[in-house]
Design a protein around this ligand. Structure first.
Ligand code: ZN
Ligand code: ZN
Length: 154
């Protein structure tokens, strides 16, 4: 839980620096994507008119496989533009775990890629086209059925 005391905030800005376990993000670990490091945060909470402002950053590390070529990938993700306004109400302590989880989930890629330019696997021979140059024509349709069609026309 990431939280702060309202009484203390009324006296001074609060620095929140620390770590939460990887489970904080509530992402079911899989071969494709696992949160592989603790979630670290470095935040400052300030009292502002009508509430509190939370600024800073939150980040972690993902491990999985590239969605195109299946190579293992480890990638850091972080949101360093956190700027949350909170109404304080009358609670003694404010828990900002939910808000911060959402802020970090914004940075989660739709698909983990080894690089934006990844050329993926050859649909014909299955080789990794980033490292291997094969002689396939590069069409995704199987070549054999089209060859058969050509033969029929003849
Ligand atoms: Zn790749
Ligand atoms: Zn090939």
């Amino acid at each position: 839980m990431i939280r702060f005391s309202v009484a203390r905030l009324e006296k001074e800005p609060i620095e929140l620096v620390g770590e939460e376990p990887a489970e904080f993000l509530e992402i079911e670990p899989s071969e494709l994507l696992t949160v592989s490091a603790p979630v670290h945060y470095d935040l400052v909470v300030k009292a502002v008119s009508g509430g509190a402002l939370v600024e800073g950053e939150i980040g972690t590390e993902l491990t999985g496989v590239c969605g195109r070529c299946l190579t293992p990938v480890t990638r850091e993700i972080a949101n360093d533009r956190i700027c949350l306004f909170l109404e304080l109400g009358d609670a003694d302590e404010i828990d900002i775990s939910e808000e911060l989880r959402s802020e970090l989930l914004l940075e989660l890629p739709m698909t983990l890629l080894c690089s934006e330019e990844c050329r993926g696997l050859c649909p014909e021979c299955g080789c990794n086209r980033n490292t291997t140059r094969c002689n396939c024509k590069g069409t995704s349709a199987g070549p054999s059925c089209w060859d058969a069609l050509d033969n029929l026309k003849l």
